[in-house]
Ligand binder design. Structure first.
Ligand code: ADE
Length: 316
């Protein structure tokens, strides 16, 4: 893309309020590589009132990014601004759009993604499916953390994710790729949903929009999302059921013996994953309700939060 095209795109998204000056950002090491770009750790100076320096994560595109990739990052920025702040989502601190590569500055989650974290904290005796030893966790201070996770810890993870999702839905944002790999764990083991900016805004007719790129991993998808690419709050709730199952199994892999092409028939015939050994019956009932074949039988995230809170605290 030419400089002129890029600057036209940038100015159409430009908003001075959130612009952060590049000189106050010291880039650190690579945290992750996505399909479209990179996430780096960085130090930002005076990005939060009352805090001199803050560890942040910086999302950016490759040097040779196409105009579309740059525009997608700017769209993600626009969604993050539209959504606003909540403790259980990765929040936006600011961005750099002028005078160089587009960068999104977001909260840094020091324990990394929930799936790898759960697998690290799996009590001995649990059998790991798939290879795990080779996965890199060095960037995250997993070793610092106290012991294994209790069932209560796991249920609190479920509740935090459900709260973050209830908030996103209240802002008309559907995630479309909710999974443990897209939940990050920050200080004090707070769950933060990430990549919701890749999700689409319900008000911009993305609601029930058919997806074209086929990127969404099949085993988290509801039958209607799988079958006719129908994404909605109800397909997010289905994905949450799979995510809650991942949590309760300390990062288990869903349907290991079901090939992707058999999945739709498997689900249509009423087959589902079984209750993880440590999962309380009441909690599994919630999970089963979230993976009802019929969308309208599934609960909302608000209802899931209430049911989890009632189980955990006896209230809602
Ligand atoms: N990997 C991708 N995004 C991240 C973030 N915000 N914090 C930590 N690791 C990440």
């Amino acid at each position: 893309p030419t400089e002129a095209t890029i600057s036209t795109i940038i100015s159409s998204y430009y908003d001075d309020q959130c612009e952060f000056s590049r000189e106050k950002l010291i880039m650190g090491h690579l945290l992750g590589k996505g399909a479209f770009g990179f996430v780096y750790q960085a130090i930002a100076y005076n990005i939060i009132p009352g805090e001199q320096s803050t560890t942040v994560a910086v999302k950016t595109v490759r040097d040779d990014a196409t105009t579309d990739e740059i525009e997608n990052l700017l769209k993600e920025l626009a969604v993050m601004k539209m959504v606003g702040k909540h403790p259980n989502i990765i929040n936006l601190f600011g961005c750099c759009t002028k005078g160089g590569q587009v960068m999104l500055i977001v909260e840094y989650a020091k324990y990394g993604n929930l799936r790898d974290y759960l697998r690290c904290k799996r009590p001995s005796g649990h059998v790991l499916s798939g290879s795990f030893e080779s996965e890199e966790n060095d960037d995250y201070h997993v070793d610092e953390i106290i012991d294994t996770l209790t069932t209560l810890d796991l249920l609190l993870f479920c509740l935090q994710v459900a709260s973050g999702m209830d908030y996103l839905h209240s802002k008309k944002c559907i995630h479309r790729d909710l999974a443990a790999r897209n939940v990050l764990l920050a200080e004090n083991r707070v769950c933060k949903i990430c990549d919701f900016g890749l999700a689409r805004d319900l008000t911009q007719n993305y609601y029930y929009r058919k997806q074209t790129d086929g990127r969404v991993p099949v085993k988290w998808m509801s039958p209607e999302a799988l079958f006719d690419r129908k994404f909605s709050t109800k397909s997010d709730i289905w994905s949450f059921a799979i995510l809650a199952w991942e949590i309760m199994t300390y990062g288990g892999t869903p349907y290991p013996s079901v090939p992707a092409e058999k999945l739709f028939d498997y689900l249509r015939d009423g087959s589902r994953m079984s209750k993880p050994a440590n999962c309380p019956n009441e909690i599994f009932k919630i999970i089963e309700n979230c993976w009802e074949f019929k969308e309208n039988l599934r609960p909302s995230f608000q209802q899931v939060c209430e049911r989890l809170q009632r189980y955990l605290y006896g209230t809602s």
